[in-house]
Design a protein around this ligand. Sequence first.
Ligand SMILES: Cc1cc2nc3c(=O)[nH]c(=O)nc-3n(C[C@H](O)[C@H](O)[C@H](O)COP(=O)(O)OP(=O)(O)OC[C@H]3O[C@@H](n4cnc5c(N)ncnc54)[C@H](O)[C@@H]3O)c2cc1C
Ligand code: SF4
Length: 325
Amino acid sequence: MQSFEYQRAQDAPTAIAAGAKSGTRFVAGGTTLLDLMKLNVEQPEHVVDINHLPLDRVEPLADGGLKIGATVRNSALANHPIVQRDYAVLSQALLAGASGQLRNMATTGGNLLQRTRCMYFRDTAMPCNKREPGTGCSAIGGANRTLAILGTSEHCIATNPSDMNVAMAALEATIHVQGIGGERSIPFAYFHLLPGDTPHQETLLEPGDLITHVTLPRPVAGSRSFYLKLRDRASYEFALASAAVVVTVADGKITRARVALGGVGTKPWRAIEAEAVLGGERVGEPAFRRAAEAALRDAKPQSQNGFKVELARRCLVYALREVTQ
Ligand SMILES: Cc1cc2nc3c(=O)[nH]c(=O)nc-3n(C[C@H](O)[C@H](O)[C@H](O)COP(=O)(O)OP(=O)(O)OC[C@H]3O[C@@H](n4cnc5c(N)ncnc54)[C@H](O)[C@@H]3O)c2cc1C
Ligand code: SF4
């Protein structure tokens, strides 16, 4: 790991001014950043510690929504009584991620920005367009069993590995950012970018942009939510496929559905097509299966991950069955 300068930021403007300089990274829990620094994948010259900024609170909003500070730990968020009561899908997704120790360190902002687990991205001896633009993609035709089938490009097929992000997508969260140009709010669906021919650009953030908090809209009356994660082992493992669903049912019919998939997309994957199929349909397997078919219609499997198409469909059907029981 190369040497770097460490700075503890005491207020947001100082952090942002320092963060805008090239070669600088913020550190929150450090469970992504330090990992990648040890592998020489990330080599910042300056590291700005944001753990002392007042961004560690979960607060109800006057409009019935919820404000989540960027440095709220994943474990604190998952166990918060309002999250457990009104946003169960978020609590379940967080608790399905990593391990207890990691969740005690990992933060909301850091989780939003965690990097792919593609093995070539983490190995500096291998070509990787995301790590080193223009060098090629080793995963296409290589080891791609865990990689994406939705939103891929000929330049990158890396999966967004976050569980939390899938729940945030289904809950239609908003990400609030403070940067050198002021404050702005970004709807979750627009925050992460598809790889296209610039896979190194993963989000709309500019240098120096500090995520200050995330807001969740007021929960929809009568809605229920659920997160299902399918993986190679029961804990401490990333999703091969996952589904976050938020559904409202009246008189046996689905009146509103929000669906997002994890483990299969290059970004947290909102399945608008599945939502359109479900709206107004009678609760039951035929509608669930049609929704799952629609969600995976554009899937482009690689040499080793074709199994994910049916796995993701079944994952979604199971989640819909569970949430409507
Ligand atoms: C062994 C292991 C297993 C894991 N398993 C899972 C899993 O199953 N599911 C899952 O979802 N995740 C998993 N993770 C990933 C883990 O959830 C992330 O590493 C964690 O959420 C990142 O949060 P952090 O606060 O530690 O981020 P950091 O490492 O501190 O930061 C990550 C990135 O975000 C930037 N950043 C952080 N906060 C801000 C901010 N407020 N504004 C702007 N930029 C910011 C940093 O500069 C850095 O680039 C695992 C990690 C490990 C090491
Ligand atoms: S899939 Fe993306 S991250 Fe993985 S090797 Fe290809 S370019 Fe790199």
